[in-house]
Ligand binder design. Structure first.
Ligand code: PML
Length: 256
């Protein structure tokens, strides 16, 4: 039996009561791993670089095998960038290659740069016009219910590449789920953790492109933008992102 474990933490009360987003996490795992995972999420919410949470929600729900879909892990490639402006230039080029217009890519970067603080979820932008479509304000769309189908192999593989830590582990799984949606052209992301400046552009066509510098060290503002095709049915996209349980397979298998 598998369970989805979902954590969200805020400071100054719950997110829906105006609290400031501190941290979030998602796992899907079997019963024996639940206690350890819940404790580590609790620890993360209480000791986060963005601040100590005073609202922590941890939700555990059973996920039925027949409700799970499998999507392939994105291929990962790392780029070089000496500073933020080089990082953003790489991101714009990669977004354009994936099918986002230059204007929309630039809009995405400006939108993340001008956020007053991090959103709890992602913003959805039209990949051609660069207009924000989700209308969800500071909340955005949270991507939920995903994990790697074989976490031990996945973590060992990241370790072999010298990539340990939660950021890349979680981001690559999330980006693989997102890229698995038909209407997504590409994703742009950088972290909101003050001392983590790496970001990425991801797409089903070209994979996960890690960019080492996407913001200034010390900045607590980051986020995600999903660029979508014109005419995307946002309700069905948001339902996939928020509700569909997805396990990411290392071997590239897909069942939908
Ligand atoms: C986040 O903290 O939510 C974003 C993490 C981005 C990770 C980028 C990477 O290291 O590959």
């Amino acid at each position: 039996m598998l369970f989805s474990v979902k954590m969200r933490a805020a400071q100054g009360g719950a997110h829906e009561k105006g609290g400031r987003h501190i941290s979030g996490a998602e796992r899907i795992l079997s019963e024996p791993g639940l206690e350890k995972t819940v404790l580590s999420m609790l620890d993360r919410a209480r000791t986060h670089q963005r601040g100590k949470a005073d609202f922590i929600s941890i939700r555990i729900e059973e996920v039925k095998n027949e409700d799970i879909v499998y999507k392939p892990l994105l291929h990962m490639e790392s780029f070089e960038a000496a500073d933020v402006s080089e990082g953003h230039a790489v991101a714009i080029t990669e977004l354009e290659k994936a099918g986002v217009t230059r204007a929309a890519a630039q809009n995405g970067i400006s939108a993340l740069l001008s956020l007053p603080d991090s959103l709890r979820g992602a913003m959805i932008f039209d990949a051609v016009s660069g207009k924000r479509l989700d209308g969800l304000g500071q909340r955005g769309v949270r991507v939920s219910k995903m994990d790697c189908a074989d976490s031990a192999d996945y973590e060992a593989d990241l370790e072999r590449r010298g990539l340990s830590g939660e950021h890349v582990r979680e981001a690559l799984v999330l980006a693989s789920k997102v890229a698995g949606a038909d209407d997504i052209i590409a994703e742009l992301c950088w972290s909101d953790d003050p001392d983590y400046v790496t970001g990425y552009v991801a797409s089903s066509k070209f994979g996960y492109k890690r960019i080492p510098v996407m913001k200034e060290m010390g900045s607590p503002v980051g986020g995600r933008i999903f660029f979508v095709k014109e005419g995307t049915d946002l309700n069905s996209l948001c339902s996939y992102l928020q509700e569909q349980a997805v396990l990411i397979s290392l071997g590239g298998e897909e069942n939908v």
